[in-house]
Structures are given as structure tokens and as C-alpha cells.
Design a protein around this ligand. Sequence first.
Ligand code: HEM
Length: 86
Amino acid sequence: MSKTYSAADVAANNGKEAGKPLWIIIDGGVYNVSEFIEEHPGGPKILKRSGGKDVSKAFWKYHSEHVLQKYSPKLKIGEVAASAKL
Ligand code: HEM
């Protein structure tokens, strides 16, 4: 199910607070990578540093479209509200 989140919602889920997930934004999509951190081929550290942020630029530097296509069904939880984009 696709939902709309504010940028503030995403920022609050930066993975740094116990019990809260780690969300990131790529091209307006919100991804919950909490369960993916340890599986990430690029390593967990870089994802932990990405929590709560729009990481589109960094994502496209290291990955191609097929990565997003492959993982979206598993990780994408919704979209960020356009008006709340920072
Ligand atoms: C939905 C989120 C993400 C997914 C599904 C994902 C997935 C992957 C996959 C599958 C690879 C292996 C290389 C490939 O197949 O292209 C990879 C490598 C990598 N990822 Fe990610 N990634 C995500 C987010 C990020 C973010 C936000 C960053 C940086 C801020 C990042 C940095 C890297 C780096 C540095 C590599 C290694 C590239 C290399 O070895 O040349 N990833 N990632």
C-alpha cells in the first residue's frame, strides 16, 4: 500500500532512535531500509548515515535503475509529500 509521508516524518525515522525504523528518500519515494542495512552490498555504514535524508544524488552515483526496480517491491513504503520536500 502506498502512503504519503511528510519530509518531517522521514526525518524522524532516521534509525537513530531505538524502536524506530530507518527510512530514506530516493526521487520522492520513501524506502524503509531497516531490515536491509546488514544485507546492503555497499555496507551498513553508508545506509546508517543516510537515515531520514533525501539521498537521491548519492544513490544514483552508485546504482543503476535496475537496483531500484528490484528492491522497490520489498523496501518502498510510499511517497514523500511534494509540498514538504526540503
Ligand atoms: C533502497 C536503497 C538501496 C538499495 C536497494 C541498494 C542496493 C545496492 C546494491 C544491490 C548494491 C550492489 C551493486 C549493484 O548491484 O549495483 C549496492 C552497492 C552500493 N551502494 Fe547501495 N543501495 C541502497 C542505498 C544506498 C545509498 C543511500 C547509498 C549511499 C548513500 C549507497 C551506496 C552504495 C555503495 C557505495 C555501493 C558500492 C558500489 C561499488 O561497490 O561500486 N546505497 N547497493
